[in-house]
Design a protein. Structure first.
Length: 115
């Protein structure tokens, strides 16, 4: 299993970024996919999750109304569209897969929101 995030970077407050997670090594369309984020000294927190078919989503309270998770099963990719970014959104963002056997994390992509 491989999860490879991309799309992070430096953005000004109020700006937007789109993260991508390219997945391989498993039947992508059969699993819930999630995005988490982590800042130094804090535990990873759920940002968003999406059902296997993409018909159901769930968001952390701090990002509701600003972030959108989506997936393209034909491309084995899950996305996180982040709008109206705030300095407190600064974190390393991780793609996450939970199977019946174990959990998998990507390497993470840094998002920095600063003027």
């Amino acid at each position: 299993v491989q999860l490879v995030e991309s799309g992070g970077g430096l953005v000004q407050p109020g700006g937007s970024l789109r993260l991508s997670c390219a997945a391989s090594g498993f039947t992508f369309g059969s699993y819930i996919m999630s995005w988490y984020r982590q800042t130094p000294g804090k535990e990873r927190e759920l940002v968003a999750a999406i059902s296997s078919a993409g018909t159901s989503t769930n968001y952390g309270d701090s990002v509701k109304g600003r972030f959108t998770i989506a997936r393209a099963n034909a491309k084995n990719t899950v996305y996180l569209q982040m709008n109206s970014l705030k300095p407190e959104d600064t974190a390393v963002y991780y793609c996450y897969l939970r199977t019946g056997v174990r959990d998998y994390w990507g390497q993470g992509t840094q998002v920095t929101v600063s003027s």
